[in-house]
Design a protein around this ligand. Structure first.
Ligand SMILES: [Zn+2]
Length: 751
């Protein structure tokens, strides 16, 4: 190995993937297979002068096979199989037979076993990294005339960069072609807009100049790591398009020179108007910033987003007159100018189309969240001008979710409609709405059916994207997660074989993580977790909080019910009607949810004799976290539907005394179980964290169910009391500090 280059030194400071994989098995990709066949391969041969990605692939294979790095040797001349050697080659390497090279499509690879050795042939250098990441598919092949070919379904496979692992490792695990990375830049506009630069304070000027040198050096190192892995990288522009957030200093300096470019916001709007899109100076500034940012990043392209920080929703006279007070025109203008900034630099532009949640009030501000149909415009309508009126080479990425990223959401309505732009389907695998990956919660089934549909819509020249992680978690590494890494495995398998069976994905994942005795049970437990998580966070198909936490009050909880955007579909709207039938429906669903979690526990118990102590401890703790959370959430959802029923009854001047007892029982359940959520021993260590639980920078936490339960209970009682008076409510079902106040909207009592 060539220790000593900058990127390798940087890699040393990272958590060693191979080491952690050996310890935990998570995402090891065939480690066990190799361990079972010691000595089968004694060396790895690579072409002399090979691309760094080929060498990285050889190093990974060597580490997995327990070989020392001196077992990697160069060969010159023709690639041919040799007993006990793994020979790496590219399609154009001399000696590669046509029957091996020809079936390879795009950046796929093929493997041939002969003479007691293997020849692995890649379309290009990164193809061999892909092969190294999934040795379980090919390493145990016996000699035979047939080559085994592996071609990806999607031409483009995007992933977000994860700094804990080397790029080569990420490429091998994910089978990805392109990455989106946080590449920081200190944009000063010194050369681009000197009139603005001179308005900066001397301190700000110095800070930006110093930052530029440092950022440029750092970015060069990281970008080289991507290119050495034979993949491209896009720099993530600062979130949203609110320039006042991109740079406070530059924003103030700019307005000092161009005061007329300041936008006029709409009243009560969550979407802001830092700049006016009708003012030419606005676009001069934005193009200058994006150009300087793109240059400093040194990336192959720039990736942009617009929500949640939208900053050109301007309602001055100019914008009202020319239509630039409308999102679809603002988006088209912004994309056009971004493209004008990056295209002359030879860089690509990548656009994420998502907007957030569904239209709703947040405090006294209205979140427009356009693009989710019904009251707001359709997803296509919102992006229609970008699709038709911007250069067709701009990549358009759309979330597979027709909502933010709710559990089991509807399928997007935009995918397949953005041609002639290349389209990419996005998977935000951060566990955001299913417990942020604290709990066991698979999404494999969902990924399987949606990936198939997405491929039909975007076509094989299109792409799939993954951003793996754990929302709001600290110290967390999903690649080392012995439970939810199954979601990454599934994404990788399906982007390469959209027909891969869900059962096989679970089985292969489990085999890489657990002993042969435990694996089938862990596979089954995780398979059960998908429906259990959906039912925990998506009552009757409706939504929950974007970050999985308990809603603070009824008002917020009812807003969140709309987040899956199903509430206006007739079949779902029906389940929101305040009826006794719907109370029965939600009760049945929640019982099913808890039964599913108990079934997970039964599988875990069956797996335990085959688990290591650390695996048993971690899974027991995380399963328990899930159960305690779900018990509380289920009690809240059932109570909410009862409350809605009682509220409707009160509007009809009557009530339903039968609800009193189950509401009290739910109250007792929440009171008893709330303190048990996220119990742990501070010394315990999970595979997915780099420190023991007691040292996590962000403590595991999803809020408390108590406040919402109190409000539901209290208000439900008030509705009843308004009808029957205080004397007829049995005291044994009245909890805690409930005040028997007559609600103001109740009918007047007496004559
Ligand atoms: Zn304006």
């Amino acid at each position: 190995m060539n220790f000593g280059t900058e990127s390798e030194l940087a890699a040393v400071s990272r958590r060693s993937f191979l080491k952690s994989a050996a310890a935990t098995g998570a995402m090891a990709g065939g480690l066990d297979l190799l361990a079972e066949t010691p000595g089968k391969y004694t060396g790895i041969l690579i072409p002399a002068g090979a691309h760094p990605a080929v060498r990285s692939a050889a190093e990974m294979l060597a580490a997995k096979a327990g070989l020392k790095s001196d077992a990697i040797r160069n060969y010159t001349g023709a690639a041919k199989s040799r007993k006990s050697f793994i020979v790496l080659a590219l399609k154009d390497t001399k000696g590669v037979p046509a029957e091996l090279a020809e079936p390879i499509k795009r950046d796929g690879y093929a493997v041939q076993a002969a003479n007691g050795g293997l020849v692995v042939c890649g379309a290009r250098p990164r193809s061999l990294l892909f092969a190294a990441g999934e040795t379980h598919h090919w390493l145990d092949r016996g000699d035979g005339p047939e080559a085994w070919t592996r071609n990806p379904e999607f031409a483009m496979r995007f992933a977000s960069h994860h700094g804990e692992h080397s790029v080569a490792e990420l490429v091998s695990i994910l089978g990805a072609t392109s990455f989106i990375a946080q590449l920081h830049a200190s944009v000063s506009l010194k050369d681009e807009m000197p009139e603005v630069y001179t308005k900066l304070t001397a301190a700000a000027q110095q800070k930006l100049a110093a930052g530029e040198a440092e950022d440029t050096a750092k970015n060069a190192t990281l970008v080289k790591e991507f290119h050495d892995a034979d993949v491209e990288v896009f720099a993530d522009l600062p979130y949203g398009n609110n320039f006042s957030r991109w740079s406070e200093d530059l924003y103030a300096a700019f307005l000092a020179v161009y005061p007329a470019a300041k936008g006029v916001p709409a009243e009560h709007s969550w979407e802001k108007a830092a700049l006016c899109p009708s003012d030419p100076a606005t676009w001069k500034l934005i193009e200058a910033y994006v150009r300087e940012y793109a240059r400093q990043s040194q990336a192959d392209g720039v990736a942009c987003t617009f929500w949640d920080q939208f900053g050109i929703f301007c309602h001055d006279e100019r914008c009202q007159k020319n239509g630039l007070d409308q999102f679809k025109n603002e988006l088209q203008a912004a994309i056009t100018h971004y493209y004008a900034a990056v295209e002359p630099l030879g860089k690509k532009l990548h656009l994420r189309t998502w907007s957030s949640g569904c239209p709703h009030w947040l405090g006294n501000e209205y979140v427009h969240a356009p693009g989710y149909s019904n009251f707001s415009e359709s997803h296509y309508e919102l992006w229609s001008r970008v699709i038709t009126d911007t250069p067709k080479e701009i990549l358009i990425q759309t979330k597979v979710y027709h909502s933010d990223c709710e559990p089991n959401p509807r399928f997007t309505t935009l995918l397949g409609k953005c041609k002639p732009h290349p389209e990419i389907v996005e998977y935000q695998m951060v566990g955001q709405t299913i417990g942020r990956h604290y709990f066991p919660a698979a999404t494999v089934n969902y990924t399987a059916w949606t990936m198939k549909k997405a491929l039909e819509l975007v076509g094989a020249d299109g792409g799939a994207e993954i951003s793996p992680g754990g929302t709001n978690q600290s110290n967390y590494n999903i690649y080392a997660d012995i439970l939810n890494s199954v979601d990454i495995c599934a994404w990788r398998e399906l982007t390469w074989d959209v027909s891969a069976s869900v059962d096989r994905i679970f089985a292969e994942w489990a085999a890489q993580n657990y002993s042969a005795q435990a694996a089938p049970h862990m596979a089954k437990a995780m398979q059960l977790s998908e429906e259990a998580a959906n039912l925990t966070w998506s009552p009757l198909g409706h939504g929950s909080a974007t970050n999985s936490d308990f809603a603070g009050d009824i008002d917020r909880r009812e807003t969140l019910l709309r987040y899956t955007n199903r509430y206006y579909l007739p079949e779902y709207a029906k389940t929101l009607e305040p009826t006794k039938e719907n109370v029965a429906l939600i009760v049945a669903e929640k019982e099913k949810c808890l039964a599913g979690i108990e079934a997970m526990f039964a599988e875990l118990e069956a797996a335990k004799p085959g688990l290591t102590q650390a695996q048993a401890d971690e899974t027991a703790t995380r399963f328990d976290w899930f159960r305690e959370f779900a018990i509380c959430n289920v009690a809240l959802d059932m109570s909410l539907w009862r409350y809605r029923w009682l509220r409707a009854q009160a509007a009809m001047l009557t009530t339903d005394p039968e609800q009193l007892r189950p509401l009290a029982e739910a109250f007792d359940t929440v009171t008893a179980h709330a303190p048990k959520i996220f119990h742990y021993d501070p010394a315990q260590k999970f595979a997915c964290y780099d420190v023991p639980l007691g040292q996590l920078r962000v403590k595991p936490n999803l809020g408390s169910p108590v406040r919402l339960m109190h409000e539901i209970h209290t208000k439900s009682l008030q509705f009843m009391e308004a009808s029957v008076g205080p004397d007829y409510l049995p005291k044994e079902w009245i909890r805690a500090e409930v005040q028997m106040n007559v609600p103001t909207e109740s009918p007047r009592r007496g004559l």
